[in-house]
Design a protein around this ligand. Structure first.
Ligand SMILES: Nc1ncnc2c1ncn2[C@@H]1O[C@H](COP(=O)(O)OP(=O)(O)O)[C@@H](O)[C@H]1O
Ligand SMILES: [Mg+2]
Length: 253
């Protein structure tokens, strides 16, 4: 089984930017070393944009479809096979990686049946890859339903505010509460200003957080995002990209 890494954190902290930069790095520096699956698991999905990928149907759409057909007479094994083929249909194949968009969260009602099917399909899908990268929301919704297998690394992205850092602490506690298994939890402080860098790192260490990167506020990145250019096109010497080298090393990629 390959390595599974999830990136989480409060909205707006830069989860998607960090995930996109990780992918950029892997495509550039470790070409074809890994068979990569990227999962956009934030209902506020924007990873496809950040990667310049044309978004299509989502797992959420397929889940709704299966939810509607859960009471049909077909045997469960047929339903499983149907759902599986639907998921393969929406798998986006890009140069260097495959991508799945989870999309909207489930509606009201009981989704236990379809979630069970989905869990089985995810287990089967994930084993085809050496590296699975998940851009996840702060609430870790898909993890509370155990849709994804156990994690190797949980990365919490935060801004440099004290409140941001305590959110990282809270996510650590939340993961414990929901019994989310992971081998390592790391923190990336993002949009760091040079004046505050030292103080932020000190505070994080004081909170018992393991910081694997302090990514500077990067004008290039902000500009790329503003005009909708994919972050994979950022130049090598862009400050955030330079810091991501350290992050990749810490993750052992
Ligand atoms: N290191 C950075 N430097 C400058 N702007 C950044 C940086 N990281 C993220 N941003 C900007 O912050 C905003 C939120 O980032 P995003 O990755 O979408 O956050 P999230 O996925 O956590 O909601 C975006 O407009 C993005 O361009
Ligand atoms: Mg995002």
């Amino acid at each position: 089984m390959g390595k599974i890494i999830a990136v989480t954190g409060k909205g707006g902290t830069g989860k998607t930017a960090v995930t996109a930069m990780l992918i950029r790095h892997l495509l550039k520096e470790s070409q074809n070393k890994y068979n990569i699956l990227v999962i956009d698991a934030d209902p506020d999905a924007n990873l496809a944009d950040a990667l310049g990928v044309e978004a299509s149907k989502t797992v959420g759409d397929m889940r709704e479809f299966m939810q509607e057909s859960r009471f049909t007479a077909a045997p469960d094994t047929d339903k499983q096979r149907l759902f599986e083929s639907k998921i393969f249909e929406i798998l986006i194949e890009e140069d260097g990686y495959d991508m799945l968009i989870m999309g909207k969260p489930e509606g009201s009602g009981c989704y236990c049946f379809v979630n069970n099917l989905l869990r089985g399909i995810m287990d089967k899908t994930v084993v085809n890859y050496d590296l699975v990268l998940i851009d996840a929301a702060a609430g870790l919704e898909h993890f509370s339903r155990k849709i994804f297998p156990e994690l190797d690394d949980l990365i919490v992205v935060t801004d440099e505010s004290r409140r941001g850092l305590t959110t990282a602490e809270r996510i650590r506690d939340l993961a414990k509460e929901m019994d989310l298994k992971y081998k390592d939890l790391h923190v990336i402080v993002n949009k760091v200003t040079p004046e505050r860098r030292e103080k932020v790192l000190e505070t994080a260490i004081g909170l018992g957080l393991k910081v694997i990167g302090a990514v500077p506020f990067d004008q290039n990145l902000a500009k790329f995002d503003l005009v909708g250019d994919p972050l994979t096109g950022l130049p090598d010497d862009s400050p955030a990209i330079v810091e991501m080298k350290q992050v990749v090393k810490e993750l052992g990629l």
